[in-house]
Write a protein that binds this ligand. Structure first.
Ligand code: FES
Ligand code: FE2
Length: 423
């Protein structure tokens, strides 16, 4: 029996009639042709998060960001006037990759008055303007004013730096994010500057991993230990249910009710949790951050975590105890992707707080591995193409909506190309 009230229409899924309730095909996750389309139709049209404002702490700061599956590398700067800008990371002289460290495949960050090409020393301001051409007199009719870096549309929301690779983005960033994600403006993300970063190359389509984080139906079987050695978790038929699901345009969110482990009796905790006062839902002691706009939109009692899924590839998980995590997924082929996970805390003020952060980061890695562990299995299973369609339960509503949205974007792209929606 459902523990949380569902909408009057009966189920979360039926609350959004456009979704239907029928079985769903996952051809979009196994087809190389679909991947090629998706790259153009989704990743070259949507606003994509490439970092946080804290990565550009001063005027003159910059970082590069490689998007390998898109065959794009960008350099994001904060120019001398404090404006955040993005450019293709390509020198205007003969096309060398401009900013890198170690090898051209590696990303770089730093602070500089100008960006210097390692090949022939052309130099660019952080506003992208070409400032210096080595032995300029040897060039023919050269006009430095016309030889700047190629700009990319760039905007910032709540400290999240987004780019749009489209020549003319269809929406401003604010229009694109809509009211549900837009309500997070003012949430104190900028206070959480102690960061732990993880990166993994996974053998699955990027959507398969997103699916693993947008339903919690898998929690009792896959994360038995996450639930702790409680009587509920000992029961193999334990039912875990999220408290709230919401859809807004292409974006999605799910709220779970907290486990609030710090209120549990000691015998239900792992010793390390009691020692560090931390665990899979983060440090037990929350910093006081005052008002928290945008979170817990349905007013769930014992609110635990909001997982905002910003289409196409960003998730922002906001925890009741005032820390947050981001996931980003970058497809590199139809059956591989790069996953980036970042944990963000208000900086520790003592060793004990730091230990609590480190323990939360450690458990994050463990549970991330559990989720990752099924990925290539799902990909291999789907690629066998034994079944055309798969049944989805009510708590898999966001999986249903996500694949539908990707399909719609690809259809729209094909229609615009005049190919009549075939694939
Ligand atoms: S390619 Fe950059 S200076 Fe020549
Ligand atoms: Fe999981």
């Amino acid at each position: 029996m459902a523990r949380f009230p569902r909408p009057p229409e009966g189920t979360w899924t039926e609350h959004y009639p456009g979704l239907g309730t029928g079985p769903v095909a996952f051809e979009d996750s196994v087809s190389p042709a679909f991947y090629e389309l998706e790259r153009e139709a989704v990743f070259k049209r949507a606003w994509l998060n490439v970092g946080r404002l804290e990565q550009l702490p001063r005027n003159g700061s910059y970082f590069s960001k490689n998007l390998p599956g898109l065959r794009v590398s960008l350099v994001v700067t904060r120019d001398r006037d404090g404006r955040v800008r993005a450019f293709h990371n390509v020198c205007r002289h003969r096309g060398n990759k401009l900013v890198w460290e170690g090898t051209p495949r590696d990303e770089a960050r730093g602070n500089a008055r100008q960006l210097v090409c390692k090949y022939h020393d052309w130099r660019y301001g952080l506003d992208g303007a070409c400032r210096y051409v080595h032995q300029e007199g040897e060039f023919f009719d050269i006009d430095k004013g016309k030889l700047g870096l190629a700009p990319v549309h760039c905007d910032v929301f709540a400290g999240f730096v987004f780019v749009n690779l489209d020549r003319e983005p269809r929406w401003t960033l604010r229009e694109y994010l809509g009211p549900m994600v837009g309500a997070l403006d003012g949430y104190p993300f900028d206070r959480m500057t102690e960061r732990y970063s993880f990166r993994a190359e996974n053998d699955s389509n990027w959507k398969i991993f997103i699916d693993a984080f947008q339903e919690y139906y898998h929690v009792p079987p896959l994360h038995t230990h996450q639930l702790g050695p409680t009587p509920e978790a000992q029961n193999p038929e334990y039912e875990f249910e999220a408290a709230h699901y919401q859809i807004d345009g292409p974006h999605r969110m799910v709220t779970t009710s907290g486990t609030h482990k710090h209120r549990w009796p000691a015998e239900h905790l792992y010793p390390a949790e009691a020692l560090t006062r931390s665990g899979s839902t983060g440090p037990w002691d929350a910093p006081d951050l005052g008002e928290l706009p945008g979170v817990n939109p349905s007013g769930v009692e014992r609110w635990g975590i909001d997982n905002f899924q910003v289409f196409p590839n960003l998730e922002i998980l906001i925890y009741e105890r005032n820390w947050f995590v981001t996931y980003r997924y970058w497809p590199t082929s139809h059956n591989t992707h790069v996953f980036e996970g970042d944990l963000h805390f208000v900086p520790a003020t003592c060793a004990r707080e730091r230990l609590a952060h480190e323990y939360a980061a450690l458990t994050f890695k463990e549970y991330g591995l559990q989720d990752c562990g099924t990925l290539d299995g799902t990909q291999m299973g789907l690629e066998q193409r034994v079944f055309d369609e798969f049944p989805l339960g009510d708590q898999e509503i966001l999986v249903r909506q996500f694949h539908k949205t990707v399909g719609e974007w690809v259809d729209a792209y094909e229609r615009e190309r005049g190919e009549g929606g075939k694939r």
